[in-house]
Design a binder for this molecule. Structure first.
Ligand code: C2E
Ligand code: CA
Ligand code: CA
Length: 301
């Protein structure tokens, strides 16, 4: 009896996540967004935020996106997630702008399955209108868990996004799914270097060469180049010295929920962030249990 009791408490939390769990979570709106700042490496200013979803499950706790987004994509449930994603992130962006940070952009991660949804762009338009956000403040990061095949609906959505002047960035650049083909097919303005190259920058000389090459390639195509996964000041210094434009990573800040993000922005951009003198960004710990931002060591010049 005691054993049964033990398992009846523990097993549900360890059960693999199924489609029904996600349907339920969508119906109950159990998804929350954390925001990770993107920094201009040269000026130290915050340029924008990336929205990263978590499932706040009453039984499992805070679940990371890689544990449920792939299943959402395979099952098609991701298309039911789209309105929720736009409602929450644009509502929060409206709040962030009204709090005095009117220059910040919001990047959302979009999968190919979402692009293939015929109503995808009209959902974006609906929430841009609802929250009075100009299209250039919303950025779509194309994340790939399945390869793009040039499906007509994908093309249609991409063209419609471009016609609306919604900036598109290529995420995880350098990985198998996100490479040269995308550069040709997508009229992107930003290229995000996959975090694995940056985290392991000094572990393998090849990584330094690859990252240098991606920065040059991006610049030769007129793109902004952002390095993800910056975890140390040495990585930041190296990227800055090698001409990388922007960065994102735990060294600057972990993804933060809105209630911690607003004080963080206040601290690091001043009350009116538009074009204030450059401030040195600081690190913050906030992945699972967000804590107050930590002071960052001064940048050596
Ligand atoms: P991503 O788009 O590459 O997002 C960046 C991931 O890197 C985030 O993980 C972030 O927490 C993590 N990260 C940021 N800085 C660092 C660092 O310095 N070191 C390390 N080790 N990691 C860092 P997260 O939040 O677990 O997201 C994982 C992936 O889930 C995202 O990868 C994205 O592909 C997907 N995802 C997240 N939110 C959404 C969403 O709303 N829609 C879709 N379709 N996919 C999403
Ligand atoms: Ca991303
Ligand atoms: Ca990425």
């Amino acid at each position: 009896m005691a054993i049964l009791k033990y398992f009846s408490r523990v097993l549900p939390a360890r059960r693999p996540i199924g489609v029904r769990d996600l349907e339920h979570a969508l119906a109950k709106n159990e998804f929350v967004f954390y925001y990770q700042p993107e920094w201009d490496l040269k000026t130290g200013q915050i340029l924008g935020l990336e929205a990263l979803v978590r499932w706040n499950s009453p039984t499992r706790g805070l679940v990371a996106p890689m544990e449920f987004i792939p299943l959402m994509e395979r099952s098609g449930l991701i298309n039911k997630f789209t309105p929720l994603l736009l409602e929450q992130t644009l509502r929060d962006l409206n709040l962030i702008h009204r709090a005095g940070f009117g220059t910040l952009t919001m990047s959302i991660n979009i999968s190919v399955v979402q692009l293939k949804d015929i109503s995808f762009v009209s959902i974006i338009q609906k929430y841009l209108n609802k929250y009075k956000i100009a299209p250039q403040f919303l950025e779509c990061e194309l994340t790939e868990s399945v390869e793009m095949h040039g499906h007509p609906l994908e093309e249609r959505s991409l063209q419609a996004l471009q016609a609306l002047r919604i900036p598109i960035s290529i995420d995880d650049f350098g990985t198998a799914y996100s490479s040269f083909g995308h550069l040709k097919r997508v009229d992107a303005y930003k290229l995000k270097i996959d975090r694995d190259f940056v985290i392991n920058l000094f572990n393998d000389i090849k990584n330094e060469k690859i990252v240098r090459m991606i920065i040059q390639l991006g610049h030769s195509l007129g793109l902004m180049v952002l390095a993800e996964g910056i975890e140390t000041p040495e990585q930041e210094q190296w990227l800055l010295a090698n001409g990388c434009d922007a960065g994102q990573g735990f060294w600057f800040s972990r993804p933060l929920p809105l209630d911690l993000l607003l004080p963080f922005l206040k601290k690091h951009t001043g009350a009116a962030p538009a074009r204030t003198p450059a401030k040195k960004p600081a690190a913050a710990k906030a992945r699972k249990k967000p804590a107050a931002p930590k002071k960052r060591a001064p940048r050596k010049k």
